[in-house]
Design a protein around this ligand. Structure first.
Ligand code: ZN
Length: 170
C-alpha cells in the first residue's frame, strides 16, 4: 500500500481504536486520545525504520524494511502492557498507536513481499501476494473505514443489539 493509502486507513483505525477502548471500559476523553493516536500512526511502522540518506538520496533504512516494526506480536504486547500497567490516558494513547500500526501491517500483509507474522526477521506472504502496493486501495480503505465505523456504532449501543440477537436467535 502506498503512503497515501496508509494515511487514508487512519479514519477507520481511529474509529476502531475508539471502539476498542470503549469496549475495554475507558471514558470518552480516552476514546478521543485513542482515535487521534490511531489516525496518526498508520504510517508509523515505515518511518520508525529510520530512512538513511546518502548524497541526498534515500539509500534504505536503518532497520531492515518490514521486519521488527511490522511484527504484530510487538504491537499486541504493547497494547497488553499499556492496558494493565499504565494510567488510563497513556494507556488509551498507546493502544491507539498500536491499532494504527497493526492497521498498517494488515494493509501491507497481502503484498507479495509479505509481513513477519510469527518471527520478526521472517516475512510470510499470506494469500500468495493477492495485490501489489497501490492496487485496490480505494476499495480496501472504504471497506476498512466501514468496519471501523460499524464497530464504533455497535460498541456504543452497549451490546443491546447482541442481547436482542441472542434473545431472538439464540
Ligand atoms: Zn510498511
Amino acid at each position: 500500500m502506498t503512503g497515501k493509502g496508509h494515511r487514508l486507513t487512519g479514519i477507520g483505525a481511529g474509529f476502531f481504536a475508539a471502539a476498542l477502548v470503549h469496549t475495554l471500559g475507558f471514558n470518552y476523553t480516552a476514546e478521543v486520545f485513542a482515535a487521534l493516536a490511531a489516525a496518526s500512526s498508520t504510517t508509523l511502522p515505515d518511518w520508525i525504520e529510520i530512512p538513511v540518506h546518502k548524497k541526498g538520496m534515500r539509500a534504505g533504512t536503518l532497520i531492515p524494511h518490514r521486519t521488527i516494526t511490522h511484527w504484530p506480536p510487538l504491537w499486541l504486547g504493547l497494547m497488553y502492557f499499556a492496558f494493565y500497567y499504565l494510567e488510563p490516558y497513556y494507556a488509551a494513547t498507546l493502544i491507539g498507536i498500536s491499532v494504527g500500526a497493526i492497521t498498517h501491517i494488515l494493509a501491507d500483509a497481502p503484498n507479495p513481499m509479505g509481513v513477519p507474522w510469527f518471527w520478526p526477521h521472517k516475512r510470510v506472504s499470506i494469500l500468495g501476494g493477492l495485490w501489489r502496493s497501490g492496487q485496490f486501495e480505494k476499495t480496501i480503505t472504504a471497506v476498512f473505514t466501514a468496519i471501523g465505523v460499524f464497530y464504533w456504532v455497535q460498541a456504543h449501543r452497549d451490546n443491546a443489539w447482541l442481547m436482542a440477537f441472542i434473545e431472538r436467535w439464540g
